[in-house]
Design a protein around this ligand. Structure first.
Ligand code: DOR
Length: 430
């Protein structure tokens, strides 16, 4: 099957490429990038006015499958990924049963191959059932395709256990991704601890509940030599710890979500909107500013969504009763475009590093680039499309977006995976 994309603006910082060109794809691979190209047989599509970039990867996504398919499943949430411009996601292990052994890894990979609309990489649990007590079957999971390990949703409380996890992960050549949460300090915390938790009369979750584990895990990375990736970083001081670790030459990386960049505790008002309830909690404006600075200066390596679908009936309750989490796959690129790239805070090249290049590098999966022979995974978007986030936008099974009603610029129109469209003119290709 041959495909010719005409008149795209192809951008790939790995090649210092930013030019109007045509791209020819054959049998899932790029065969030519150049001017005035043609093909004898196959499909030709005019992409004038659109950017074409290496396929986006979201390395922090909850697919909820197996076990919580009322929130989302591999079919629905990978469709949400395709709609958001992603050609790959890395799914978290807090499913039911937990992804803590090779059988569950195999189930996810097999199901994704059958019904998925993007590549699915699997993160295995560090400990059985995310309980922090017994090591999971890390070696077996790695042998069956797991790309990283995390107890995401919970912090590993015992330092000796986390050290063991890191020792094994290093032998298996992959990163430990750490959800940093000291349970003793966080307790039943609902929102960031400070003025707003006091005003709302809700249990506070101090920044230190995250920062202490960031500090500990950096120390353990130094001790073991293991690659450590800090998940959904949310505080200024946490980011300073990562910045110092990088300056020291440690193998430490981190990610941030659009919600922690662009929202803070002040959005939680008298309506106690549970779509603003997330773990770690929305912090302060000062933290927003520090995180944006980290995106600009390179301290932050990746933008992820922590896409966490929850059914409407689960979120439609008292704030204290609602589960933590927000969906994000379908709004991420547009939020980054609207808030950071279009106003000139970062260059498009940096967005591509954060959302396509660095996640592949940290997960150790195949690189995608606009060179002959590369796998044809692309994201194509219209930088001028204006749209408003509403319930009809979502392919996800759940609607718990904190950005409902937001007016955004930039929209994904087409996504190619192995040279085949998963999204065409904004519609999922079935
Ligand atoms: O808000 C969150 N929700 N944070 C997490 O770490 C887990 C996630 C979930 O699984 O719902």
């Amino acid at each position: 099957m041959a495909l010719l994309l005409k008149n795209v603006q192809a951008v790939d910082p790995q090649l210092s490429l930013n030019q109007f060109c045509d791209i020819v794809v054959r049998d899932g691979k790029i065969v030519e990038v150049g001017q005035d190209l043609s093909i004898e047989k196959g499909e030709t599509r005019d992409m004038a006015g659109k950017y074409c970039i290496p396929g986006l990867v979201d390395m922090h996504v909850h697919l909820r499958d197996p076990g919580q398919e009322h929130k989302g499943d591999i079919a629905s949430e990978t469709r949400a990924a395709a709609k958001g411009g992603f050609t790959a996601v890395c799914c978290m292990p807090n499913t039911k049963p937990t992804i803590d052994n090779a059988d569950v890894v195999e189930y996810v990979l097999k199901r994704a191959a059958e019904v998925g609309k993007c590549r699915v990489h699997v993160a295995g649990a560090c400990t059985k059932g995310l309980q922090g007590i017994e090591l999971s079957e890390m070696g077996d999971m790695r042998a069956h395709g797991a790309v990283a390990f995390t107890d995401d949703g919970r912090g590993v409380q015992d330092s000796g256990m986390m050290r063991r996890v890191m020792d094994y992960a290093r032998q298996f050549g992959c990163a430990v991704m750490s959800h940093c949460q000291d349970e003793g300090l966080v307790g039943k915390g609902q929102v960031n601890e400070g003025v707003v938790s006091t005003r709302l009369g809700m249990a506070g979750w101090p920044a230190e509940g995250e920062e202490l584990q960031i500090q500990r895990d950096i120390a353990l990375s130094r001790l073991t030599g293991t690659a450590l990736h800090i998940q959904h970083i949310s505080t200024r001081r946490g980011l300073d710890l990562v910045r110092a670790a990088k300056a020291e030459g440690l193998r430490v990386t981190c990610e941030v979500t659009p919600q922690h960049l662009f929202l803070n505790e002040d959005v939680i008002g008298a309506d106690y909107n549970t779509n603003f309830k997330v773990n770690p909690p929305l912090r302060t404006q000062d933290d927003n500013e520090a995180l944006i600075e980290g995106v600009i200066d390179g301290t932050i390596d990746c933008i992820v969504t922590d896409h966490a679908p929850h059914a409407p009936w689960e979120k439609d309750c008292e704030f204290e009763e609602a589960p933590f989490g927000m969906i994000g796959l379908e709004t991420s690129l547009a939020l980054i475009w609207t808030q950071l790239v279009e106003p000139g805070v970062i260059h498009l090249n940096r967005m591509i590093e954060l959302m396509a290049i660095n996640p592949r590098c940290i997960l150790g999966v195949e690189k995608i680039s606009f060179v002959e022979g590369s796998t044809a995974d692309f994201t194509i978007f219209d930088p001028e499309a204006k749209w408003t986030v509403d319930a009809d936008c979502f392919a996800s099974k759940s609607l718990n977006s904190p950005f409902m009603g937001a007016e955004l610029t930039g929209r994904v129109t087409d996504v190619y995976l192995d040279g085949y469209a998963t999204l065409q003119d904004g519609e999922i290709v079935e």
